[in-house]
Design a protein around this ligand. Structure first.
Ligand SMILES: [Zn+2]
Ligand SMILES: [Zn+2]
Ligand SMILES: [Zn+2]
Length: 364
């Protein structure tokens, strides 16, 4: 990269979608590196006799809600969480919003056993397996929304590795249906609605357009002088026919990546089979890149889609569903926890370049 200005970035970046969130990008030499989160030892066993999520041990989970396929060996199953929300929470749980309200009454907490293979990781799963899994997410989300009108949000997420809150090593995701909208989703909804009211555009679509086409100019706040121009195409990590994986300009986590549909769509439940197939492909390639660059990384992903209920019916034009992938490579410092200001010691530009340039093996 010829852009010298990327060396030693030190600036506060405002999240363009949620302006109340910001990140300090401080890559200058001499900046003390943060304490690294442990890489996890890969457990590549395909079957573990004592694992409640392995085939043959179905009686060790609560009675299943559904499985796919219904006949023969299952490829994925949904079961109630044996330790629903608060019982299951680890101190590093990142779903610590309104949890009290979730357990008071009518929340639901379920586990999706992603794959029968105990130690498989996301990018090793076949694309058609992943797209079937996403279709299963859709189906279960729709059922949960329909089951109780008071449920406002169904969150699908994945924790991978103990630092990311996963207590069972066998690959799995989780669904929490709750009567409140998580604060970060609510913030995105509020700000994107405001942006749409002012500019008549979906801010997510604008950011995608920018990432694919334009240069952005960063101005000095006080003087209005051009501080530097950045070629924003550099934030694109992976592009499919219908989806794009982007490194956010102001990411909280060094290796954070968001995947969004290229065409405007507020609700994940509206994604078609063809959409899910391309989504699977882009996610898989993105995770393969991440694994090559920062192998063994612990991560969370969160599916953000427009909440249901009458308060959100007018968000169809302003909200844009997406998947947030948050690799946990460093332990938050006291400063971060105390100030709420995240510090990134790798510039998003450098992270994106590394992810984009790495060669990944051709996936079958
Ligand atoms: Zn297992
Ligand atoms: Zn949009
Ligand atoms: Zn989001």
């Amino acid at each position: 990269m010829s852009d010298e200005s990327n060396k030693g970035v030190r600036e506060i970046r405002i999240n363009p979608i949620v302006p109340t969130e910001s990140v300090l990008v401080a890559t200058a030499r001499g900046m003390r590196p943060k304490k690294a989160e442990e890489r996890i030892e890969r457990d590549t066993r395909t079957h573990v006799d004592t694992c409640p999520f392995c085939r043959g041990n179905e009686d060790r989970t609560p009675p299943e809600i559904t499985r796919w396929p219904e006949q023969g060996d299952w490829e994925m199953r949904i079961v109630p969480n044996l330790y629903p929300v608060l019982g299951d929470d680890s101190p590093s749980s990142h779903i610590a919003f309104g949890l009290q309200q979730v357990i008071d009454g009518y929340g639901r907490h379920e586990v999706i056993i992603d794959h029968p293979d105990h130690g498989i990781i996301l990018h090793e799963m076949r694309e058609d397996h992943l797209s079937t899994l996403f279709a299963l997410f859709q189906r279960r989300m729709a059922e949960l929304y329909a089951s109780d009108r008071r449920l406002k949000y169904v969150l699908v997420f994945k924790n991978f590795g103990p630092a990311a809150g996963a207590s069972i090593p066998h690959t799995h995701s989780q669904i929490i249906a709750m009567p409140v909208v998580p604060e970060n989703v609510q913030n995105e909804v509020t700000h994107s609605r405001e942006h749409h009211r002012k500019f008549g555009q979906c801010i997510f679509c604008s950011l995608i357009d920018e990432a694919l086409t334009f240069e952005a100019t960063i101005y000095e706040r006080e003087t209005g002088q051009v501080r530097r121009k950045i070629h924003v195409g550099q934030y694109v990590i992976e592009r499919g026919e219908r989806f794009v994986a982007i490194k956010p300009f102001a990411s909280r986590f060094e290796w954070e990546i968001h995947i969004l549909p290229l065409a405007h769509e507020a609700d994940f439940l509206q994604a078609s089979q063809e959409d899910l197939a391309d989504f699977a492909r882009v996610l898989r390639r993105t995770m393969a890149r991440l694994d090559k660059v920062v192998g063994g990384v612990q991560f969370n992903f969160f599916l953000h889609s427009v909440p249901h209920g009458e308060d959100y019916e007018n968000c169809g034009d302003s909200y844009h569903w997406h998947l947030e992938i948050c690799p946990r490579t460093s332990i938050p410092t006291g400063f971060e926890l105390g100030s709420g200001l995240f510090v990134s010691t790798v510039s998003p530009e450098d992270a994106a370049e590394a992810l984009r340039q790495v060669e990944i093996d051709e996936l079958p």
